[in-house]
Design a protein around this ligand. Structure first.
Ligand code: 1CP
Length: 346
């Protein structure tokens, strides 16, 4: 029996009557109703750990734009926090963690309180599973080990992840230990999300592109391959989308070795090349520039149609090449959603 959800059909490589779509970071500060809820909740982390609030902000963009998928509202950094690392979000500054940048500090991390800490997230998934529309799919997610490790070692976001890349060379054994712990934690975390109703999983590897080729194999491919093997022992059919942002010509290797069901492609990927070299391997999701979504107008419309024309010949899900940014006008999101809904495959 075919699934009645367009998004799941596309992930099974079916050519769907319409192109399914959702947007990375579709819940967030560009929506006035999100800003309102966040104020009421207190802080960003309060939102993440209060199931009723988290359910509400997950559903907000669906009410406006009727996407084919909802993504659990949480953050990739709740995993290090559940492993015992201190985390806070300072208003306007992004995440701040107490760096775990020596072999000794890595030894202090543990999974003793892991699932207890994440119980509210599992409850959010369970509630969402009951509340989302019947034709909408529920996406669970986690950060891939490399990206999460860059925040754990560096203590905050950085443009080049130099501290973590250096640490991986100089303290290779300790870093491997950290990645192994993240593989175990992330596998268990995602299995719990699936148990509670997540129908699709996305692994975000935002900083994969800054890794040299040999390190990409070691830190972006191998850990994700292990996580997928761990999940598939329990859920062999679960669709898993990988997003190794900046992987470039390494996308095909990433797909073949990790065993992902589909990939999310970033804005740099040439559409012809994706059609010829990636789409024959698996369904593709992407890749509108979030800044063009800010800019809007005819240029936006033209590019949306160009992406659809290039990739709608194969299994395809429309998305951005990275997350929505806070200054995005909500009416531009409405405009793009309308074009996709009206679009007919050639
Ligand atoms: O209200 C606020 O100010 C918080 C902003 C915010 C939001 C809305 C953060 C802080 N995280 C989130 C939610 C979030 N983060 C979701 C679920 C919501 C949705 O998609 O609709 C997801 C999937 C993420 C994933 C995430 N968090 C990534 C990977 C994807 C990506 O965008 O690259 C990363 C790198 C993070 C870390 C993080 N969390 C928040 C910020 C501002 C950042 C980036 C920090 C940096 O600049 O490095």
């Amino acid at each position: 029996m075919t699934n009645n959800k367009l998004f799941i059909q596309a992930l099974k490589s079916e050519i769907t009557p319409n192109i399914p779509f959702w947007y990375m970071r579709q819940a967030g500060r560009y929506l006035p109703e999100y800003r309102e809820k966040r104020k009421t909740a207190g802080s960003f982390l309060d939102l993440c750990y209060s199931p009723d609030f988290a359910v509400e902000v997950t559903l907000q963009p669906l009410r406006r734009y009727h996407m084919d998928a909802a993504i659990l509202f949480s953050d990739i950094l709740v995993v290090p926090q559940a492993m015992g690392q201190h985390l806070e979000f300072k208003e306007g500054e992004g995440p701040l963690l107490t760096p775990v940048n020596t072999a000794e500090k890595i030894e202090t991390l543990n999974l003793n309180n892991f699932h207890h800490h994440l119980t509210p997230v599992y409850e959010t998934v369970r509630k969402l599973h009951q509340e989302i529309p019947k034709t909408t799919a529920l996406i669970g997610f986690a950060g891939a080990p490399w990206t999460v490790a860059t925040y754990m070692v560096g203590g905050k976001g950085s443009a080049d992840q130099a501290l973590t890349r250096l640490f991986a060379y100089q303290e290779k054994k300790a870093f491997q230990k950290l990645i192994d712990l993240l593989v175990k934690a992330t596998s268990e975390y995602l299995i719990e999300q699936i148990k509670n109703g997540a129908e699709v999983i996305q692994l975000f590897d935002t900083w994969a592109g800054n890794l040299p080729d040999d390190e990409f194999q070691k830190w972006a491919i191998e850990p994700v391959q292990k996580i997928i093997q761990n999940i598939r022992k329990f859920y062999p059919e679960i669709p898993i989308i990988g997003f190794p942002r900046g992987a470039g010509c390494r996308y095909p290797d990433y797909i073949r070795i990790t065993g992902v069901t589909a990939v999310s492609i970033d804005t740099t990927m040439p559409l012809d090349w994706v059609r010829d070299h990636i789409q024959p391997l698996c369904p593709v999701q992407g890749n509108l520039d979030p800044l063009l979504l800010v800019s809007g107008g005819q240029q936006l419309e033209n590019r949306v149609v160009e992406i659809l024309d290039h990739l709608s010949g194969g299994p395809f899900i429309f998305n951005l090449g990275h997350g929505i940014v806070p200054q995005t006008p909500p009416e531009n999101v409405a405009q793009v959603s309308e074009i996709i809904k009206q679009y007919k495959r050639k």
